[in-house]
Design a protein. Structure first.
Length: 365
């Protein structure tokens, strides 16, 4: 019955009933979230078709699960039993770009990086950059309030959604398309319904159009600053120091030994201490206290410097006798010298450190 009802309102090539195809559209990238069996999928290409799907679903009591590219990690696009999977990835049009007011209007299916490429041709930039930016759609980013590494400086998706259109239900009537938000930089009147819709993951409506705030394209050369630290605590102190000095890098990323080993397999970098990684596009980092890192910058096109406090130096070979209860402690390097580096004791008195000896503890062996 569901297939027949949808076929009466949609072109035949919009409806997907093949079980193998449905299985691929029924889930996102969440590994542990439950996945049901969808009854049918619809690949909508316009707001009118989305309205038709919502109306049919309301009449027959079928759940609707919107999805974009399916790159989410929360299970928000996972099907439930008997639902209609509403695929919006074919709605990819850029409806308007207003360079003077730094605004663009797009359909939800356009891929994040594709939009960036279109805007770059006009000297504009859309900052949110989730890790899935090469594949995730703007509609999915809005539905999940996607962030990314650059959110430290530029914010998350909600900070760039000025307005949107969505197909909703409830008192407004199932299948009604409403416009909320604004196109202006300032908008302080009334409830922030657009902000409420961002991150709702399809529970409040199906997003069919998004109005986004833009920024001028970055100028200058981006720089990457890499610092190596012996402990996580030292790395945390370096991050706090960056904040206290009023520096705002676009990203701060902590890479442990495992991550460095995977990204630079076979290089000497994989065996170095835990390095935090921070990017500072658009500005030159301070280098007064930094020293070049030759082996790392040799294979990179961007200027790189080493910053942050250095790891504590390794203890040098002990040159003084230990006065720990006057016992001769076995040396850690087998050199026959007294060393405070071990707690084991061979039961022999140290002639230099024994309480019976009046020699200064500063005497060397």
């Amino acid at each position: 019955m569901l297939l027949e009802a949808l076929a009466g309102h949609l072109p035949g090539n919009r409806i997907v009933a093949d079980p193998a195809v449905l299985a691929g559209l029924a889930h996102d990238e969440a590994e542990w979230a439950a996945v049901g069996t969808a009854a049918v999928a619809v690949r909508a290409r316009s707001e009118t078709e989305v309205q038709a799907v919502v109306r049919v679903a309301a009449e027959l009591g079928a759940p609707v699960v919107p999805r974009g590219a399916g790159t989410g990690l929360s299970g928000g696009a996972n099907a439930v039993d008997g639902c209609i999977v509403l695929d919006l990835s074919r709605m990819t049009a850029v409806l308007d770009i207003d360079a003077e007011n730094l605004v663009c209007v797009v359909q939800p299916g356009i891929v994040n990086n594709d939009l960036k490429a279109v805007l770059d041709e006009q000297g504009l930039w859309y900052p949110p950059d989730p890790a899935s930016a090469p594949w995730s759609t703007i509609g999915g980013n809005v539905a999940t309030n996607a962030g990314g590494l650059c959110c430290l400086k530029y914010g998350v998706t909600r900070d760039y959604v000025l307005g949107l259109r969505a197909v909703v239900g409830g008192p407004a009537g199932y299948g009604t398309a409403v416009g909320i938000g604004r196109r202006t930089t300032k908008g302080v009147a009334g409830y922030d319904l657009a902000g409420l819709m961002v991150g709702s993951e399809g529970t409040l409506g199906v997003i069919t159009e998004v109005t986004l705030r833009l920024r001028p394209a970055l100028v200058g050369t981006p720089y990457t600053v890499v610092g190596a630290f012996g402990t996580l605590v030292a790395a945390d102190h370096a991050v706090a120091m960056v904040t206290r000095r009023g520096l705002t890098p676009s990203a701060l990323e902590l890479l442990d030994r495992t991550a460095c080993g995977r990204s630079r397999s076979g290089s000497t970098w994989a065996s170095r201490p835990t390095p935090p990684h921070c990017c500072s596009p658009g500005s030159t980092p301070p280098v007064t206290r930094a020293s070049p890192r030759r082996e790392h910058s040799r294979n990179r096109s961007r200027q790189q410097v080493r910053c942050g406090p250095r790891s504590p130096p390794r203890p040098s070979r002990p040159r003084r006798c230990s006065r720990r209860a006057g016992w001769l402690i076995p040396p850690w390097n087998g050199s026959g010298r007294c060393s405070p580096r071990t707690s084991a004791c061979r039961g022999r008195r140290c002639p230099r450190c024994s309480p019976s000896s009046r020699r200064s503890p500063r005497a060397t062996t």
